[in-house]
Design a protein around this ligand. Sequence first.
Ligand code: RB5
Length: 145
Amino acid sequence: MATIAAGCDHGGFSLKTVLIEHLVASGHEVLDLGTHSNERVDYPDFAETVAKSVASGEVEFGLLVCGSGIGVCMAANKVSGIRAATIHDVTSAHLSREHNDANVICLGERLIGPEVAKEALDIFLASEFQEGRHLKRVKKINEIL
Ligand code: RB5
């Protein structure tokens, strides 16, 4: 079981709510860092908070949801140590972990349905970084300032 910080903007609030329920029912520990309603907010604020929670080691993984999954991903990747990936399906979910050691999963509520999102999230959390030939490439990502 994993510890996960979850965040979203108004465009991702409904899906984040569904996914937190799903994660808790599966036995994961979730830190809900907002937003907590459909009221308009700015996604970089929540992406930064979640990304810093992961980068500090407070939690193992981050979950970010906005309308497209793109804005939160761009913002989260500004934080050192974060490898955030926008995920649309189970294939990108496991590849982002196995090849890229992704530590934040970003989803777009306006682009994927809740069942695909739940399955992709489950696969993301269950997949492991394969190291090997991928290790030096991820190290090179980490070295970019
Ligand atoms: C909000 O309208 C929307 O721009 C946001 O949720 C996200 O899709 C940005 O990338």
